[in-house]
Design a protein around this ligand. Structure first.
Ligand SMILES: [Zn+2]
Length: 246
């Protein structure tokens, strides 16, 4: 989410910078309808080289990791231990089978421009057209709303959506004092875990702000987001995890 730069299309939504309205409405544009074609391509590829793929990968992959075979899902299951599950409207994401159909190599940092509750609420609204995988509250609580398997409409860029996990943070771009120590730490632990899961390098090429996504008109997480502090926390969380099993 986040505030827009000078509104290009004049639909900047409700006043007060709330999380509702058009703040992330542009995410709807990447609600691409080409999933059918993509699925078709995958299906064809599997049919053509399926045997070779299975042979090559059989030592390192479980059967369900073969592209085109959907992984088992359980209602309410989360990808991050400790996260609370609240499902987003299925209009705000699309089903995928990541990281097998699309590799995940980015974490994208957002700021909600509103309260935690308002962000969770709009992500449940099918009219909103956008949602992130996770929302982190000021006290460090983490809610997951979309499985990492799936593509969330959060970056306003189809390619980046397919390749990333999106994390929203309660607060306002203009009020960096909203970014509490608890929030930074909780988010850093979450990002470290995501990066470990998909082998994502812990650098700013791969952990980026919404503002850095090509084509976006959003400014979050804003100048007030302390990247040095955040990246240090992410690396520290990753280092501490190496001694404790997942
Ligand atoms: Zn954003």
């Amino acid at each position: 989410m986040g505030t827009r730069r000078a509104s290009k299309n004049g639909s900047s939504g409700s006043g007060g910078g709330g999380a509702s309205g058009g703040a992330t409405g542009s995410g709807g544009k990447d609600a691409d309808r080409r999933v059918g074609r993509r699925a078709l391509l995958i299906g064809t590829a599997v049919a053509a080289v399926g045997t070779a793929v299975v042979a090559r990968d059989e030592l390192t992959r479980a059967w369900w990791r073969v592209p085109g075979v959907a992984k088992p899902r359980k209602e309410g299951e989360v990808d991050y231990t400790g996260a609370k599950w609240v499902s987003a409207s299925d209009a705000n994401w699309r089903m995928a089978d990541r990281p097998d159909d699309f590799g995940i190599d980015m974490v994208i940092i957002h700021v909600t421009q509103g309260s935690f509750d308002s962000a969770v609420k709009v992500f449940q609204d099918p009219q909103h057209g956008a949602a992130a995988h996770y929302v982190v509250r000021e006290d460090g609580h983490v809610t997951q709303m979309i499985r990492e398997l799936d593509v969330a409409y959060h970056a306003g860029n189809r390619d980046y959506n397919e390749r990333s996990v999106g994390i929203e943070h309660e607060g306002f771009v203009e009020k960096p004092e909203d970014f509490t120590a608890e929030m930074y730490e909780a988010s850093a632990r979450l990002t470290a875990r995501i990066c470990a899961r998909y082998d994502i390098p812990l650098d700013r090429e791969h952990i980026l702000g919404h503002v850095e996504v090509p084509g976006t008109d959003h400014t979050d997480p804003g100048e007030g987001w302390d990247w040095d502090r955040y990246m240090k926390l992410v690396r520290a969380a990753a280092a501490s995890r190496t001694s404790t099993p997942a």
